[in-house]
Structure formats: structure tokens, C-alpha cells
Design a protein around this ligand. Structure first.
Ligand code: 1HN
Length: 357
């Protein structure tokens, strides 16, 4: 048996002149706030299970395209904000920022770099590209493109239809750390070599014999674009290899180190077989689910408090940490493919990562 948590003294229990004397000296008594900052067994979670339907957002995003020229926006984004944090905080969870970005044919979002790490998950449209650190990355549906901390990036669009992608950043954390800023730059020179071509096969690393022939090798982020067709094929290969395996998941990793692709947030793709229900282990990090193909219902919470979101293609939801999450693919014939972002690398580095079941 754990010892019970006793009631602690309240601010109102203290004489007003004493509290005033403390305040004048920039002092605060801990005990009235101790339970709030250190609650028993489980953190107080501001992150609320929340879903955003693409069909609701797309018309508003297209309208933003009419209302605000790219020159006046730099990045034309509607932020997926969690009401549990307050909408003006622009955060999906403690560490995760989500936004849907629109680029219209012929537009150019100028080059900049910043301290927060970003990725883009392409939702819709063909013909756009992002140049990251001199590497031109074409954007097709389901592709994941990294723009890690400090790397120059700009977006352009040579196609004929609007392109939309999901931005995932660790902005809330980096901003909280008072470490968030940006620098504007010039249009980038394109450099030879593409990480997505050099690292096409798992375990087979490009090995330039001459140092001057190395493209991105030796760079902190050797692979910047993860094509959906490769990720999808990897999941199907896993499914064929292990028909008995419940959870089919891949991690977007740095191919040179095997570590997570970026330092703070983790990125994954998960496949649900037709008719499959998958109860995820309860873990400390918050998670984001975004449907690339098919559909899934996401149950977040326990018992009467469970919330169910029925997600179709391009829909997104988030779930707080320390909370049961269960995924279900209701289709009897089609697999579902889900992009996941979470706070695992951050929790691991901080030493607070937990699995509870
Ligand atoms: C940013 O640089 C981009 O480069 C998108 O496309 C979203 C949200 C907050 C801060 C910087 C981009 C962003 C962002």
C-alpha cells in the first residue's frame, strides 16, 4: 500500500501580511501548489483528445488562398490547435505543433531556417517540392520530408492543383525553452545527390570511396525525404513476412545511425489489416494519428470517458500520454495506413519515458 497523500496547507491559511511580505521579496510558499505541480501517480494533462476532419478544413484552407497572398503569409497554414491548451497556444500537445499548409500553383514560400524541427506529411496534390539544405525533395501524397533544426528550406509548386501538407513541429517545446527563432535567406542553390535515392534499401548504406564524392553522408541528417511508396512497401513486406504479428509499424529513422529521424519527435507509419483492432500500450508520450490511406476509428480513454473518432483519409487526431488508445480498421477488405507522430525521443532523452501496460 502506498502512503496516502495528505491535504497540504492552503494559501488562504496563511496571514495576508505574511503572504505580502513573501511576494515583495519574490518568494512563494511551495506547499499550497505542491500537489498541482506534482500530482499523485499521473500528470495533470492539458492535452485533450481532439480530431480534425480534412473535409472541414480544406474549404477554409482554399479560402485562405484567396484571402491572403503567399507574400503576406510566408507560410499559409491553418493550425490544428488543442482546446485543452488554449487555441492561441497553437499546440496539439505539450511538444507537438500541427498545421495544414496550402501552396497554390506557381507560388513560392521563401527560404528560411529556424531552431524548431519540422516534418511535412504530404496530404494532397502533385508538383510541389521543398528544397532542404540544397536537396530538392519532390512532394507526393504520403511522402515524409524532414526540415530539421537549422537547415534552410523553401517550398515551390510547378503543378496545376493546390497542394496541401501536414506540418509537424516541436515548436511548443522549443518556444517554451526560449530557443525559438528564424533567419530568412536567399533562394538555395541545388546540390547533387538525393538521400531518398542513396538510401533506398534497408541495411545497405551508400559508401563513397572518395570523400569528395560523398553527398549527404557524414551530415547529421543524411536522408531528408521518405517516399510513401517505399514506406508502404516496407509495411506490406512486414505484413507478408509476419502474418502472426499484431502490430505492423515502421519508424522513420536516420539510416546512418538508426536513431529517430529527428531529435525531439518520433515519426512512424502503421498498417492495420482489414478488420483489425489494435490496443496500443499505454505510454507517457502524447501521440498524433493521421490517416494516409483507408480509414480508422481511434478510441482514446477508458470506460465511460472513452472518446471515439472515426477518421477517414487525410483526417488527423491527437491523444494525450498516459491514456489507453485503441485503433480499429472497420474495412473488411482494405488495409489502413496511418502516420504517427509522438514525443518518444524527447521523453527518452529526458528519462521520463514510461510504458504502463
Ligand atoms: C515553418 O517554417 C513552416 O517552413 C511551416 O513550411 C510551419 C510553423 C511554425 C513555425 C515555422 C515551413 C511553421 C513554420
Amino acid at each position: 500500500m502506498n502512503a496516502p497523500d495528505t491535504e497540504l496547507g492552503r494559501l488562504e491559511d496563511l496571514p495576508a501580511d505574511y503572504v505580502d511580505a513573501l511576494r515583495r521579496l519574490n518568494l512563494v510558499p511551495l506547499w499550497p501548489s505542491l500537489r498541482a505541480v506534482l500530482p499523485p501517480h499521473k500528470p495533470r494533462l492539458n492535452t485533450r483528445a481532439t480530431a480534425w476532419a480534412y473535409r472541414d478544413i480544406k474549404p477554409l484552407l482554399l479560402r485562405a488562398g484567396e484571402l491572403t497572398p503567399i507574400e503576406k503569409a510566408e507560410r499559409r497554414v491553418l493550425v490544428l490547435a488543442n482546446p485543452g491548451h488554449g487555441l492561441d497556444k497553437m499546440q496539439a500537445s505539450a511538444a507537438i505543433y500541427l498545421g495544414l499548409q496550402l501552396l497554390l500553383p506557381g507560388e513560392w514560400a521563401p527560404s528560411h531556417r529556424h531552431t524548431p524541427n519540422a516534418v511535412r506529411m504530404v496530404v494532397e496534390g502533385e508538383g510541389a517540392w521543398t528544397t532542404v539544405d540544397g536537396e530538392k525533395c519532390p512532394m507526393s501524397r504520403g511522402d515524409l520530408i524532414l526540415t530539421p533544426t537549422g537547415l534552410w528550406h523553401e517550398h515551390g509548386h510547378d503543378g496545376g492543383q493546390p497542394v496541401v501538407w501536414l506540418d509537424v513541429l516541436d515548436l511548443p517545446l522549443v518556444h517554451y525553452m526560449e530557443a525559438s527563432y528564424h533567419i530568412n535567406g536567399q533562394r538555395q542553390q541545388q546540390l547533387p545527390g538525393r538521400g531518398d535515392r542513396a538510401y533506398t534499401r534497408g541495411g545497405l548504406l551508400p559508401t563513397p570511396v572518395f570523400e569528395h564524392e560523398a553527398a549527404r553522408r557524414g551530415k547529421a541528417y543524411p536522408m531528408l525525404r521518405y517516399p510513401w511508396q517505399e514506406a508502404r512497401a516496407a509495411l506490406l513486406a512486414l505484413a507478408a513476412d509476419r502474418p502472426d504479428q499484431q502490430a505492423l509499424q515502421i519508424t522513420y529513422a536516420n539510416p546512418e545511425t538508426g536513431a529517430h529521424a529527428e531529435n525531439i519527435l518520433g515519426f512512424y507509419a502503421l498498417m492495420l489489416r482489414p478488420g483489425q483492432t489494435l490496443a496500443l500500450p499505454v505510454r507517457s508520450p502524447a501521440m498524433v494519428f493521421h490517416v494516409i490511406e483507408g480509414g480508422a476509428s481511434v478510441d482514446v480513454g477508458e470506460g465511460a470517458d472513452t472518446q471515439r473518432f472515426a477518421l477517414t483519409e487525410a483526417d488527423t487526431c491527437c491523444a494525450p500520454g498516459y491514456t489507453p488508445v485503441s485503433l480499429r480498421n472497420a474495412s473488411a477488405s482494405e488495409a489502413a495506413f496511418i502516420f504517427i507522430a509522438d514525443e518518444t525521443p524527447l521523453h527518452q532523452k529526458l528519462g521520463v519515458f514510461e510504458v504502463r501496460s
